[in-house]
Design a protein around this ligand. Structure first.
Ligand SMILES: Nc1nc2c(c(=O)[nH]1)N[C@H]1C(S)=C(S)[C@@H](COP(=O)(O)OP(=O)(O)OC[C@H]3O[C@@H](n4cnc5c(=O)[nH]c(N)nc54)[C@H](O)[C@@H]3O)O[C@H]1N2
Ligand SMILES: Nc1nc2c(c(=O)[nH]1)N[C@H]1C(S)=C(S)[C@@H](COP(=O)(O)OP(=O)(O)OC[C@H]3O[C@@H](n4cnc5c(=O)[nH]c(N)nc54)[C@H](O)[C@@H]3O)O[C@H]1N2
Ligand code: SF4
Ligand SMILES: [Mo]
Length: 775
């Protein structure tokens, strides 16, 4: 499958003798090493090397970008970065090439009589501002909206929130992280009252056992996975892959355990049953630091417009919780999940053994789940019952996907209900934000408006008339795509898209703005371990492209908010960051000063007394702990974490006679999401040139399907034809298929379902029912 394998294989062979980490590289051609990268670069000593966080995934590797004659020509892992210690994966290594695709957008384009016409940036910005004014006048402020991204820099998201929430006064601010991290956020909020992981990547160096709860780290978080494999070589740690499909991660793990979709809920409960039944509960920890709660069940799936849900949490006691778990004995759960009682007990035994330090890791398998909040809660339950939390190596760790999903979406608060610090529904939080934003507090609407899926539904219904889309490609990545694409094309809708390349989303735009990407501008990202990282502008953007931040500032000024958007072009990133920092002052969330971010590969908040905080809620490490105990879960008013009673429930659509397969979707190591950047990098494109449908090998044989044969997939929403892939990358179970979503020529989201978790509103792209036919 890797056409460029020979090239990389010769590197890897050479490296095999050189590095302890090479096991990872040999198994996963994605991983390359610092020295190797340098070897490939001619005259690398003549390059000007500057530090930046990687443009791609949420691992947030520190990289050094090599500049020559005003062009970024090379990347190597930054040996000074504690995140990746000089490592880099294929995407990071080739990331600079993403800036130099032949068809970069360089001029604003305005649609006139169905054709795109080049205009000047000033004219395009004037048009956007006047359209916004007109829409607000005709339809009210909640008719304008912005849809952004976890790939926004911190300044991008911050000015978007300030303009829409603070100045215009609408909570129509959402980001694609709703499709990605929302269940992680509501999981944290319901269990701990405060967002983001308590632990950090150093946990990898301390844990003995790693349980992956449905994420394909070998392909999606390759550098972190190689750090885990490195620990296996050094210390003999165990890796257990708990998943619905056999992936490269499963193949590299010590044990692969496959479960039926959605039944992770039942297995997590069974593990808790085992912990209690075997007397493995850390009683003093639970008594001091935990409460027990239950919420509503059978909440539905958000399939209907204007669906609303509010949970009604109720305190329960340990005995009630224990009684509830009787439905989840390993034997009963074996029947539900397909995981043997023996394997359930095996997993439980590591969590239950006080001598094992366990790190649980997860990403989209748990978040893209119609009970995503619940499954997040349930994994925390396991760590709370055993007291394996907030200490080095004992760590429930929710991984982020995008480079600044934490930084720009969760911390800046670019979701409808959020403010940079706190939520719109809280009067104190509104007053705090209004003061820093220099706007009347009444401007900030106390009611959230639309989460992402509902925002597109509102566009369809006509409640929203103007949408500005930045750094995201929703016409590839929204579920049940047809409805939402048709919505953008309706009469009387005005869509602005800022991007760097033409995409299916720019295809539906009324105005296309060319953006400056990554090191063509200055900014910051925030990664999975609460690390904020700064990058300077290193090269000039092409043509008239400008940063997303500056596009927003210019439009804000045209809308009459000169006072709030006083920033000077030369210094705006510094001014914006310093203003943003004020929102988070205090020991629980303080951000590092810009000078610190400029001088080192990032800092982890809370940044207090000149120090990053590595483990939160543990008084040994976290200066915000104040209850005099070893642990303090200060996110909740009582200082305690919550153990939740959450049952197993079915997925909204399961295979039946008409649609007998499960459709699972996701990613591949070579490509970044919709491929807009990585498909313009020749080596990555050649390695994985098109989409495919992956089938179970035995079943494919019975169906007479070989690799490359055309297969038609049909769901209740649509159909597509794709080439088959058998025994190439991953192995789905019988009656399951897997399709990656990077290929805009084979839009799998035409088929997916827009059901979501009622608490987080995050859609489930991992499960729906599909018919599979050879054509
Ligand atoms: N190369 C590359 N790396 C990336 C990205 C990329 O596009 N390309 N994107 C980044 C982003 S934004 C993200 S969000 C991450 C995603 O990272 P991952 O979550 O690791 O990747 P996915 O392919 O979305 O999901 C794969 C997993 O979903 C699991 N799954 C399916 N159904 C269920 C279920 O019912 N329960 C559970 N628990 N698991 C289930 C499968 O077992 C499988 O391991 O990757 C990031 N890294
Ligand atoms: N079927 C299916 N669908 C999914 C998922 C899944 O697992 N399965 N996963 C979901 C998840 S977790 C995620 S995170 C989303 C990701 O979905 P998207 O965010 O929609 O996908 P990207 O390809 O990352 O889109 C980023 C866009 O920004 C552009 N771009 C790059 N740099 C810049 C810049 O500096 N400025 C501007 N303005 N534009 C820039 C790129 O060219 C690209 O078009 O997909 C979601 N959709
Ligand atoms: S692991 Fe992620 S952050 Fe690190 S180099 Fe690869 S894509 Fe970039
Ligand atoms: Mo994501």
């Amino acid at each position: 499958m890797y056409t460029s394998l020979t090239d990389r294989r010769s590197f890897i062979k050479k490296m095999a003798v050189l590095s302890a980490m090479t096991a990872a590289a040999a198994m996963f051609p994605g991983i390359l090493f610092a020295e190797e990268q340098e070897a490939k670069i001619p005259n690398s000593e003549n390059l000007d090397w500057k530090k930046a966080p990687c443009r791609f995934c949420g691992v947030g590797c520190g990289v050094l970008v090599g500049i020559e004659n005003g062009k970024a020509v090379a990347v190597k892992g930054d040996p000074k970065s504690s995140v990746n210690k000089g490592l880099c994966c294929v995407k990071g290594y080739h990331s600079v090439m993403a800036m130099y695709g032949k068809d970069r957008l360089t001029k604003p384009l305005v649609k006139k009589n169905g054709k795109y016409v080049e205009t000047s940036m000033q004219e395009a910005l004037d048009l956007i501002a006047s359209k916004m004014k007109e829409t607000i006048k005709d339809y009210g402020k909640d008719a304008v909206s912005i849809y952004g991204s976890g790939q926004w820099t911190i300044p991008d998201g911050y000015v978007a929130s300030k303009l829409f929430k603070g100045c215009i006064g609408t909570n129509n601010v959402e980001a694609n992280a709703r499709l990605c991290m929302a269940s992680a956020v509501t999981g944290f909020m319901t269990s701990f009252g405060i967002d983001e992981p308590m632990g950090c990547y150093d946990d990898i160096d301390h844990a003995n056992v790693f349980v992956l709860w449905g994420n394909n780290m070998a392909e999606m978080h390759p550098v972190l996975f190689s750090r885990i494999l490195d620990q296996r070589l050094k210390r003999g740690v165990k890796v257990i892959d708990f998943a619905t499909r056999t992936t490269r991660t499963s193949m590299a793990s010590d044990k692969s355990i496959i479960f039926k979709p959605n039944t992770d809920l039942a297995v997590a409960n069974a593990i808790c049953y085992e912990i209690i039944n075997n007397g493995w509960v850390n009683k003093s920890f639970v008594e001091k630091h935990c409460t027990f709660k239950k919420g509503l069940t059978h909440m539905g799936f958000g399939l209907e417009d204007k669906y609303a849900f509010t949970d009604k949490p109720e305190l329960i006691d340990f005995e009630a919780y224990k009684t509830f778990l009787k439905d989840y004995t390993p034997e009963k759960v074996e029947k539900i999940s397909g995981v043997s009682a023996k394997d359930i007990k095996y997993m439980a035994s590591f969590y239950g053994d006080p001598n094992q330090k366990v790190m649980s890791l997860w990403c989209m398998g748990m978040n893209q789940h119609t009970r995503g909040t619940w499954i997040n809660n349930l994994v925390y339950n396991i760590h709370l019952l055993t007291g394996k939390i907030s200490t080095p190596g004992n760590s429930p760790f929710s991984l982020t996907g995008q480079p600044s999903a934490c930084g720009t979406v969760r911390e800046v608060g670019t979701l409808t209900h959020k403010l940079p610090h706190g939520v719109v529904t809280n009067a104190e939080h509104r007053a705090h934000a209004a003061k820093i934003w220099d706007v009347p507090v009444e401007n900030i609407d106390p009611k959230p408006t639309y989460h992402t899926v509902e925002m597109f539904r509102a566009l369809d219904r006509g409640e929203i008339r103007f949408m500005w889309i930045q750094v995201t490609n929703p016409m590839v990545t929204m579920p049940k795509l047809k409805r939402y694409r048709d919505a953008t094309k309706k009469e009387g809708r005005f869509i602005v898209v800022s991007d760097i390349y033409p995409t299916p989303t720019t295809d539906i735009a009324d105005v296309i703005l060319p953006s400056a990407m990554w090191v063509e501008r200055e900014g910051m990202y925030g990664n999975s371990e609460r690390r904020t990282q700064y990058f300077e502008q290193m090269v000039e953007p092409p043509g008239e492209a400008i940063s997303d931040t500056w596009q927003l500032v210019e439009v804000a000024k045209r809308l009459g908010f000169e006072k709030q958007f006083y920033y000077k072009k030369e210094t705006h990133v510094e001014e914006i960051y310093n203003e943003y920092k004020k929102h988070h002052e205090g020991k629980k969330h303080a951000m590092a000063p810009l000078e610190v971010l400029k001088s080192q590969p990032g800092a982890q908040w809370p940044y207090v007394d000149g120090k990053s905080t590595k483990w939160r809620f543990n008084s040994k490490y976290d200066p915000a702990c104040s209850n005099g105990e070893a642990f303090h879960f200060y996110g909740n008013p009582d200082g305690k974490a919550v153990i939740w009673q959450r049952p197993y429930e079915h997925a909204p659509e399961e295979p039946d006679n008409d649609y007998p397969f499960w459709l699972n979707t996701g990613r591949v190591v070579e490509h970044w999401h919709t491929g807009s950047m990585t498909r313009r990098i020749p080596v990555l494109h050649q390695a994985m040139p098109h989409g495919y449908v992956e089938l179970n090998p035995e079943q494919a044989k019975v169906m007479g399907i070989n690799t490359g044969d055309k297969v038609k997939l049909t769901t209740r929403r649509g159909e597509i034809i794709l080439p088959a892939s058998v025994n190439e990358r991953g192995v789905p179970e019988v009656n399951h298929v897997f399709v990656p979503f990077f290929d805009e020529g084979m839009l799998i989201n035409e088929l997916t379902l827009d059901a979501f978790c009622p608490i987080s509103k995050q859609p489930d792209y991992k499960k729906c029912a599909v018919k599979v036919e050879k054509v």
